[in-house]
Write a protein of this length. Structure first.
Length: 250
């Protein structure tokens, strides 16, 4: 893998973890492109993959078969395509839902930081009443719609509003796949998720054992619901994390 490829910039570069991502967490990522052009670019730069923990779902992703996998970031038409990867934490949450559909069946669900949208799509296929897909990146919303289309799943609701810290949640289940990658942001997210849990939402957190969660005091308030071994391709993107876990507040 090239030293500064798109994939390395997103998942493998230590500087990234406290730099660009920190800014992205609070600001909406607005695209100047028309939705139709974005969709066209996503289709051109990704491939449909089932090489992950939930092969039931086909997803438009950047894989080793795509030129952006090795391309330097300045050649990418997308600033930081987090949505083009299916992160270990999201994979674990989705697998858990598909194996335990009763957790979401007939319920309202929020897929917070949905990226490619796989966990929310898993919830819809498992019979959720209504899923709200939330990501501050507008391009993620286009990717999610393409992923919904390829799986013939209807998208009920989408929002790019930063919901972190907002009071209460109308959702019965809140999914948080791989949002705990930066210590400061993880603190804000965990505090907010705990509040949502206290106000009645079931919170499902997916994480591969990242330092930001492991070192946070609220980790002691979580119980593990499931543990999964990650696929080889996912390991290429996330060296050092061979497994992913699903946590909820105890
Ligand atoms: C590591 S990716 C995980 C994506 C997906 N949940 C998965 O597991 O594949 C984190 C995602 O959270 C989004 N994000 C970051 N800060 C956010 C915020 N404050 N509100 C909503 N989404 C946010 C990013 O744009 C990115 O798509």
């Amino acid at each position: 893998m090239a030293a500064c490829s798109v994939v390395r910039r997103l998942v493998g570069c230590p500087r990234w973890h406290g730099g660009q991502l920190m800014r992205q967490q609070v600001r909406r990522v607005v695209s100047t492109q028309e939705p139709e052009i974005l969709k066209h670019q996503i289709l051109a730069e990704t491939t449909v993959s089932r090489d992950h923990l939930t092969p039931e779902l086909a997803l438009h992703l950047i894989t080793p078969a795509c030129h952006l996998w090795r391309a330097p970031p300045h050649l990418s038409p997308f600033p930081d395509p987090f949505w083009a990867f299916y992160w270990p934490g999201g994979q674990a949450v989705s697998r858990f839902i598909l194996d335990n559909p009763a957790v979401v069946k007939g319920k309202t669900v929020l897929d917070f930081g949905c990226g490619c949208g796989a966990s929310g799509l898993a919830a819809k296929s498992a019979g959720a009443k209504r899923v709200t897909f939330n990501d501050i990146d507008e391009v993620a919303m286009e990717a999610l719609q393409l992923n919904a289309g390829v799986n013939k799943i209807l998208v009920d609701d989408m929002t790019t509003t930063n919901l972190v810290g907002s009071a209460g949640s109308p959702h019965q289940v809140v999914l948080a796949g791989d949002l705990l990658y930066d210590s400061k942001f993880a603190g804000e997210v965990l505090t907010w998720l705990q509040q949502l849990n206290r106000s009645g939402s079931l919170v499902l957190i997916g994480d591969p054992g990242r330092f930001a969660l492991e070192s946070h005091p609220l980790k002691a308030s979580l119980q593990c619901l499931a543990k999964y071994e990650l696929a080889a391709t996912t390991l290429l993107e996330n060296s050092g994390h061979p497994q992913a876990f699903v946590w909820t507040f105890s």
